[in-house]
Write a new protein. Structure first.
Length: 248
């Protein structure tokens, strides 16, 4: 049975990825820092409490798998919503650490097992913020751009070993995390939550948010043999973001 590891896999996009890979016949391994969400995962999944930024914990989980066919480096945090001059250095570092270093550590420790197998797929979760840049989200946008640079390098470096790497860029995804972003942006811009929501939706050609399952379905495709010649690609699942500045 093929094995997939999903970081931050106990809720949100990661949970949807787990469900989609499970339905596709994969053995699902998950790491997360949310103990309650981990306890609520399906009984057939192998779940570990581990931070994406903890190298020792990441290495132990991947070693315990014995082999890995697909890596979904999905861990991320929204970071602060503030003008660049108001961003505290500690907040910058915390955001970049989870979003970028977490992906690096997962890829670093998955690589030897994939090289040994002569195949594998790495799927890094970036964001439309990694394509456009977003006002008042400097740490997040910078980290998500860097995730794409990491992915492109992995694709070039690991391709000769039969290992593919791609990045998914979700747009605004319905759920608790996005609700927090909406609330912070509303406060920062003296707007209502609904005004900010409408601004995000209006900035897409499909005039809508996306759902976690939309991102999960793309991850399963990229991890499958149907995408065996797809590597080094940045694929947005966002309803086509035209204007990343969420103003109505």
């Amino acid at each position: 049975m093929s094995r997939v590891l999903i970081t931050a896999g106990a809720s949100g996009i990661g949970r949807a990825m787990g469900g989609a890979f499970d339905a596709a016949g994969f053995e699902v391994w998950v790491t997360d820092v949310d103990d309650a969400a981990l306890a609520d995962c399906p009984a057939g999944w192998t779940c570990h409490a581990a931070s994406a930024t903890d190298e020792d914990a990441t290495a132990r989980v991947i070693a315990a798998m014995g082999g890995i066919d697909v890596l979904c480096a999905n861990a991320g945090v929204a970071g602060p919503t503030a003008r660049v001059e108001d961003v505290a250095l500690d907040d910058w570092r915390a955001c970049v650490s989870v979003n970028l270093e977490g992906a690096f550590l997962a890829a670093k420790h998955a690589t030897p097992l994939m090289k040994a197998a002569g195949r594998g797929a790495m799927i890094l979760t970036s964001s439309t913020a990694g394509i456009h840049g977003y006002p008042n989200r400097a740490p997040y946008a910078a980290a998500k751009w860097a995730v794409i640079g990491l992915m492109k390098t992995l694709a070039m470096e690991l391709g000769p070993f039969g290992i593919r790497a791609n990045a998914i860029c979700p747009g605004a995804v319905e759920g608790p995390r996005m609700e927090g972003v909406l609330a912070r942006e509303a406060a920062a811009k003296s707007m209502t939550r609904d005004q900010v929501y409408r601004g995000y939706a209006a900035g897409t050609s499909m005039r809508s948010f996306v759902e976690a399952r939309d991102v999960a379905d793309m991850a399963v495709f990229l991890g499958s043999d149907a995408a065996r010649r797809v590597s080094g690609q940045v694929i947005a699942v966002d309803g086509h973001t035209e204007n990343p500045d969420p103003r109505p």
